[in-house]
Write a protein that binds this ligand. Structure first.
Ligand code: AMP
Ligand code: MG
Length: 480
């Protein structure tokens, strides 16, 4: 069978200054590591049966028919500092596919060579970051979080030079789109109002057809991001590089660089080796989202004819983030605690639990999962001082007694809100280390363990274990 991609490349029809047409570089000896057949089917993509032919496509060596490859331009605030020009420095958008249900998705190769936006970079990706993105983005999807997806990973048969020589790889990313806050900032910074208007119209048509103009778009993005970040936090996820070029208009999580899921709960947790001041710490994520969304508002402002009125309504929209986030976060916490109804004091109950967990180095995932089982008292074992949980357990049981839902239904619902398995850092690192030595078994086992994260499976108990002292990963590194 030959490859068939239902391409319809709408971004390529935008004005020329939105991108540079650029074919992916060819690579020496592509080899297929992983291909996501379920996702390919969902997208309406037909792939050849032969792994070598699939590797040709997802390495950039063989362009599928109908592709219109290009590198997108954007700008962004990185760790608060302004970069007037970024853009796809190591990524090529092959085009968009229209899935059988009519949904539109970007198909992007990452690590496929230099582009006009590469600056000092080599345009390549190392195997480690490629596998990291593959594992974590698919785990996020399985956990029910809006995210870009992984369609394929291949090695290139070439070496890339980082701190040391590493196997090169190409990652194929699927996204609702790659429109970022930084895409708007790029045109706003150039006072290119015409391009800004075209981008605004395009984004509304693609993602929020019901939105009315720039304010409607801003509002929709604020709502989507508030929900997204509440979901991240409910899973102990730390993005690690919430720069404005890494925040999508679609509301999908994008750019899995130095991200990580917490083992022990602490609100100040930072993993990223480049996040020296903890700007993107776990508990800072909502504030950073507001800051980023304010940059989006600023970028959209030139589209409002009456500037003063625009400032007022945009400010009101930005100020609305915190209520939206609080509502989403309360909903996440209620689900985690198995509360189907709302009552005064639920928020305090949840926050008190988190405070006890933080004071007792409790594993975030396992504490909530233990509370979701038939023996919630087993959650005590997650704490340094198990007795610290007793008064809280009594309060929670009192609150549960006011719930109309049967215990068995509550337990089922809680198990659907509190995963048994997350991509723990030490497991991700273990899979990457083995893969660099050309052994992909740990990667494959990890992918299988994370496919149904809410299902109880005793055979996968090892993947629910926090790291031992020697396995603990304290810093994660960017994909560059
Ligand atoms: P990221 O840290 O992945 O969000 O990337 C930030 C910017 O650096 C983007 O414009 C990337 O395209 C660019 N970049 C990162 N790594 C490379 C690389 N190896 N070669 C060229 N550009 C890169
Ligand atoms: Mg990025």
């Amino acid at each position: 069978m030959t490859a068939q991609f239902p391409f319809d490349c709408s971004y390529a029809r935008l004005p020329e200054r939105f991108f540079t047409r650029q074919a992916p570089a060819t690579v020496a000896a592509p080899r297929l590591i992983a291909v996501n057949h379920a996702l390919a089917a969902r997208l309406g993509i037909t792939l050849p049966d032969d792994a070598a032919e699939i590797a040709q496509i997802f390495s950039g060596n063989a362009l599928p028919h109908g592709a219109d490859p290009l590198a997108q331009v954007y700008a962004g605030h990185q760790f608060g500092g302004w970069s007037p020009q970024l853009g796809d420095g190591r990524a090529i958008l092959l085009g968009e596919v229209l899935a059988p249900d009519g949904a539109r998705f970007d198909i992007q190769l990452k690590g496929s060579g230099r582009t006009p936006y590469s600056r000092m970079g080599d345009g390549r990706a190392a195997l480690g970051p490629v596998l990291r993105e593959y594992i974590i983005s698919e785990a996020m999807a399985a956990l029910g979080v809006p995210t870009t997806r992984a369609l394929a990973a291949v090695t290139t048969g070439e070496i890339v030079l980082r701190e040391r020589a590493l196997p090169g790889a190409v990652f194929t990313r699927v996204a609702a789109s790659h429109i970022r806050i930084g895409t708007f900032q790029y045109f706003a910074a150039r006072r290119d109002t015409e391009a800004l208007a075209a981008l605004c119209d395009y984004t509304i048509a693609r993602h929020y057809p019901a939105a009315d103009g720039p304010l409607g778009l801003l509002d929709a993005v604020i709502a989507a991001q508030a929900r997204l970040i509440a979901q991240w936090m409910g899973l102990g996820f730390i993005h690690g590089v919430m720069n404005t070029d890494n925040m999508t208009l679609s509301g999908e999580t994008i750019d899995y660089g130095p991200c990580a899921f917490m083992d022990e709960y602490h609100p100040d947790t930072v993993f990223s080796s480049i996040d020296q001041f903890g700007r993107y710490a776990y508990a800072n994520q909502p504030q950073i989202a507001v800051w980023n969304l304010a940059q989006l508002a600023t970028a959209l402002l030139p589209l409002i004819p009456d500037r003063e009125a625009g400032i007022d309504s945009f400010t009101a929209a930005i100020n609305g983030f915190s209520d939206r986030f609080d509502a989403a976060w309360d909903g996440v916490l209620r689900a985690k605690l198995g509360l189907a109804t709302q009552a005064e004091g639920d928020g305090v109950l949840a926050r008190d639990l988190l405070a006890i967990m933080a004071a007792n180095s409790a594993d975030f995932t396992n504490t909530f999962r233990a509370l979701s089982g038939p023996d919630p008292r087993s959650a005590r074992d997650q704490l340094i001082d198990p007795t610290a949980l007793d008064p809280w357990l009594a309060r929670w049981h009192e609150r549960l007694a006011t719930e109309p839902r049967a215990a068995v239904d509550r337990i089922a619902a809680m198990q659907g809100a509190n995963p048994a398995r997350i991509p723990r850092n030490h497991r991700v690192e273990e899979a990457i280390a083995a893969a660099i030595s050309d052994d992909f078994a740990a990667f494959e086992r990890l992918m299988a363990a994370l496919a149904m994260p809410y299902d109880e499976d005793p055979a996968l108990a090892a993947y629910a274990q926090p790291p031992s002292e020697g396995e603990r990963v304290t810093a994660t590194f960017c994909g560059t």
